[in-house]
Structure formats: C-alpha cells, structure tokens
Design a protein around this ligand. Sequence first.
Ligand code: ADP
Length: 382
Amino acid sequence: MSDYIRRHLGARLLLSYLAIVLVGAIVLVITSQSVLPTSFNRHMQGLGPGFGMDQMMGAGRQAQGGPGMTAQLYGDFRASFNEALSYAVLAAVVVAFVLSLVLSRSIISPLRRLSAASQRIAEGRYDERVQVNGSDELAHLAARFNQMAEKLEQVESMRRQLIGDVSHELRTPLTAIKGSMEGLIDGVLPADAATFEQIHAEADRLNRLVDDLQELSRVEAGATPLDLKPVDIAAVLQTVGKRLGNRFETRHITLHLEPVTGLPRVLADEDRTVQVLTNLAGNALQYTQEGGSVWITAERGKDGVQVSVRDTGIGIPPEHLAHIFDRFYRVDKSRSRQAGGGSGIGLTIARALVEAQGGRMWVASEGQGHGSTFIFTLPVAK
Ligand code: ADP
C-alpha cells in the first residue's frame, strides 16, 4: 500500500487533501466543544436572572428556571448540537473526498497524457502532440512539450534528408569512378592521361564533398573556433582581391574592388570573413560569363557593416532564391557540375559562418540573366 502511494502522485495528492479535511474536522470538533459551554451560558444569561451556568452549577440565588432546568437545557442542547455537528462533518468529509478525487484527477490526467506522449516520442513517433487546455502551468508545460516534439520532428526529418542527400552526392562521383575503372579493365577506355585525369577529378570531387561536409557539421554544431576581434573590412576586401585576381583575369571578368573609406572596424574572425568573401566572389566568378563584371563593396548598414558581391552573371530565378542557402541546393545541378561547381554546400557554410559571427546573409537577383547580389553583415566592433 505504502509502495503504491509512493509511486502514484494521484494517491499522494488525494491523501494530502484528505489529511487537510481530517485536521479541519478535528479542529472544528475541539473548538466547538470548548466554546460551547461559555457560549451557551452567555446566551442563557440574556434570558434573565436565574438562567446561566451559576444556576446550572447550583450556586447563587434560586430563580425561575432553577439549576436543574438549566442543566437539562444544556444537556439537550449539547446533544442536538453534537448530532448536527456529526452529520455536518460526515457530509463535509464525503463532499471533500469526492472533490479531492476530481481535483487530483484533473492534475494527474494531463501528466499521464504527457508521460504517454513522451514514451511514444522515445519510440520514434515524432508526430506525437498533447492537447493543451487552459492556461495554467500544466498547459504551459504541454505547450513547451509540443514545441520540443516539433523541433525533434524537424531535426529527424533533416537528418533523414541529409543522409539521403549525402548518399546521392557520394554515389554520383563513385559511379563515375567505377564506370571509368570498368572501362579501363574491359579495354573500352584507353589507359591514357585523359582517362586518369577524369578519374582524378571525380576523386577530387569526393574529397571536396567530404571536406565540405566536415566543415558544415563543425559550423552547424558551433564547434568552429572563432577568433573574434576588431577587423578592418577594407583589408579583407584587398586580401580577397589579391587571392582571386588571377582567376578573374584568366576568365576576362573585371573585378571592381570599390574603395572603402571611413568604415568602422567589425567584430569578426578575419580568416573566416576572408573565407566567406572568397566563396561569394568565387561563385560570382563561376556563374558570370566572359566579359562580365563583379563588384565587391562594403558600406555602413543599419545593423553593422554590409559587404556585397554583385555580378552580371546568369542570375537566379525567383523561385530558387528562398532555397539557395539550403545544403546541396543547386539551381542547375548539371550545369554547376559541368562547370566544375561544388556540391551546393558552399553557401550553407558561408551563411552559417556569418551567423556564428553575429551577422546575416541574404541574396537578391532580378532573375535569370540579370546577375545576382550576395550581401552579408557583420557587427561593428565596440
Ligand atoms: P556550389 O558549390 O554548387 O556553387 P554554393 O552553395 O556555393 O554551391 O551555391 C549553390 C548554388 O547557388 C549554385 O549551385 C548556383 O546554382 C547558385 N549560385 C551561387 N552563387 C551564384 C551566383 N553568383 N550567380 C548565380 N547563381 C549562383
């Protein structure tokens, strides 16, 4: 029995309610019994001389009622009072018991529902939700529980999606390598430099994919160490310009590095900022035709310093804009693959890095053939 009570909150609640009722009843009985004689005496004295406890006790002068009658009256009154009191206590205990039962159930049943729902979530049914009624602490707990379940469901679906995407991305270069090797074995493909280069390029793609995935998982887990300090954004622009200058020249694309003056320093990790900007400028270079132009500028925005990379390239159709930062998202999968493009993780990493430094990143494009502008912000150093 005591084990049952220890393991059931409902039973403990019911018992505690009943204990309160019991204590109340005891106090009621003791108080009424101790107050009764004095109160009776006071009321009897109000009837006139000769009524009251003095007469009841046989002391003092004789009066109308006499001591016997007063004692008789007191005895009868006490008996009827006690009778009424016992019925009242009994009725109160019964009503209190029923109410306690209802009250403890009303607390226990949402807890039971929560417990059952968490059990089902633990079994992998992430679509489980509990119904929320009212606005008390239990309703808040249920609402928080539902939020947690929703988040778990999202994480689970992202995990599934990620596994699907990664296997798909790995399969493509692996199939190409396997096909080339079979061609070599069967003698269908010539064992020359071109074939080996092709195999090497696919292996290289695999390598980059694995590197990107590693980087992405580190950034998303917040495990990338950031060396945040005041950084001169003009110097970052210069570094990226120097790093990519040759590639722009080779492709006959003009890189306009707008002069940046009078900007406050940003609080950022310099190497990571260079990495982000190199990625954006590299994309601009990749998705712009020969003879095109790319502008890199920095200006004071309302939430820090705003760096933008604008190109006259192929642009991004409006329906793709919302997904461009999703992992593995490529507007034209076959095109970026032929053009030596990556796996569609570059922008995901870039945005995660900017957000880890307290900034934001977004894209704007007038549509296909009208170029694109990638913008990111970094907070001003105090
Ligand atoms: P990838 O390594 O494939 O370039 P990213 O994450 O860097 O991956 O870019 C994702 C996709 O966004 C690209 O495949 C391309 O379709 C589109 N994209 C990125 N930058 C540009 C740009 N400057 N102009 C047009 N499309 C772009």
